[in-house]
Design a protein around this ligand. Structure first.
Ligand SMILES: [Zn+2]
Ligand SMILES: [Zn+2]
Length: 359
């Protein structure tokens, strides 16, 4: 077991590079934070790109994903009222929700973005399939965007900040929530993979996830619910189960995940005060099965758990711990437990061996 007491990771080096560029830009009287002029008129922050094929692909992908998920969810609600629904549809919903949420938290987030643990190729492929079953775009872009979020949290250049849009313009009122929740997916900026894609573009598991992502969306939204309906009911249950346990479930998982970017940067409590607006939020933690302790996560981004005290439950960390015990994953990074010192400050608990030595 590795105790990750060092909050720094590679994203800090990138952040330092961006700060340096920002300083240079300010010294040259450039507009604050807008460092790369492209396309003549549009400027975007360091680490972002504007327009071109990447932006067209991003817009196309999220247009297809959103249309199908929202269209399928509206049809699911109509179906519930018109034809009703029962345990077959909702048991498939719950099982699918669990699997896709594990894919999001353990896959997209902890494995691909933060490299919380190492694993074998077959296990990596299994995690990639779970990840893409949530259909939130490819693991490659998800992880690169997320690394940019950590490197530039709440600053110009954050991929989905409630403070600045993709071009570095300050946000106000409802647009703060809108941009960090969903708006950022529909502007013409993309994350520069030459900066944030290191260790991703050359990783065969990441590229497997990237290339096969539409197939796993199809399996997750159509094949899995259809087979579930056939196994536990009959052909007449197929359409309802696809709509409810396929599209509506994937849309629910997406909404909860997007809330980590929006709600967890607006509402909740803060234990650590060096990470902008990142907050711990109990409701989001329940719904994400462990990723709602987002302030903790910004303190220890590479940790396999975001719970830092005995009562901060993190079911996805429990899954990683089980896999670690089974020998399926290794070199897992665990944040230390925290406790309050005599001044009421949160401090890491001393590892038992060190505490004994000190005694
Ligand atoms: Zn965050
Ligand atoms: Zn993270």
């Amino acid at each position: 077991m590795t105790i990750d007491t060092n909050v720094n990771n590679t994203t800090d080096a990138i952040a330092a590079q961006a700060e340096k560029r920002l300083f240079e830009a300010k010294s040259n009287d450039s507009e604050q934070g807008l460092l790369q002029a492209e396309n003549g008129a549009v400027t975007v922050p360091f680490g972002a790109k504007y327009g071109g094929r990447a932006a067209r692909a991003k817009l196309r992908e999220h247009a297809i994903l959103s249309t199908t998920k929202i269209g399928g969810s509206i049809a699911a609600i109509y179906w519930m009222f018109a034809y009703g629904s029962g345990w077959v549809e909702w048991s498939a919903f719950l099982v699918g929700y669990f699997l896709s949420m594990v894919g999001c938290i353990v896959g997209y987030h902890r494995y691909f973005s933060h490299r919380t643990f190492e694993t074998s190729k077959p296990m990596g492929i299994f995690i990639a399939i779970l990840t893409q079953s949530a259909a939130q775009g490819s693991a490659l872009h998800w992880a690169a965007n997320h690394r940019r979020h950590h490197a530039m949290t709440d600053k110009v250049g954050d991929a989905h900040s409630p403070h600045f849009d993709g071009y570095g313009k300050p946000l106000k009122g409802f647009m703060k929530f809108h941009h960090s929740h969903v708006g950022w997916l529909f502007d013409r900026t993309t994350t520069d993979l030459s900066i944030y894609g290191k260790g991703l573009v050359d990783d065969e598991i990441v590229m497997f996830a990237h290339r096969t992502r539409w197939f796993w969306y199809f399996v997750s939204a159509i094949v899995f619910p259809a087979l579930w309906a056939l196994a536990f009911a009959g052909p007449e249950a197929i359409i309802g189960t696809i709509l409810i346990a396929g599209f509506l479930r994937i849309f629910a998982v997406l909404t909860v995940l997007q809330s980590v970017n929006s709600v967890c940067h607006m509402f909740g409590s803060q234990r650590f005060h060096d990470h902008g607006t990142a907050k711990n939020n109990l409701l989001i933690n329940i719904l994400t099965m462990g990723d709602g302790w987002h302030n903790n996560h910004h303190q220890h981004p590479r940790s396999a758990t975001s719970g830092l005290t005995w009562w901060e439950f993190d079911p996805c960390a429990g899954i990683i711990r089980l896999w670690e015990k089974m020998g399926l994953v290794w070199n897992v990074k665990w944040a230390p437990r925290y406790t309050k010192d005599e001044n009421g400050e949160w401090v890491p608990e001393k590892p038992k061996a060190a505490a004994k030595q000190a005694a």
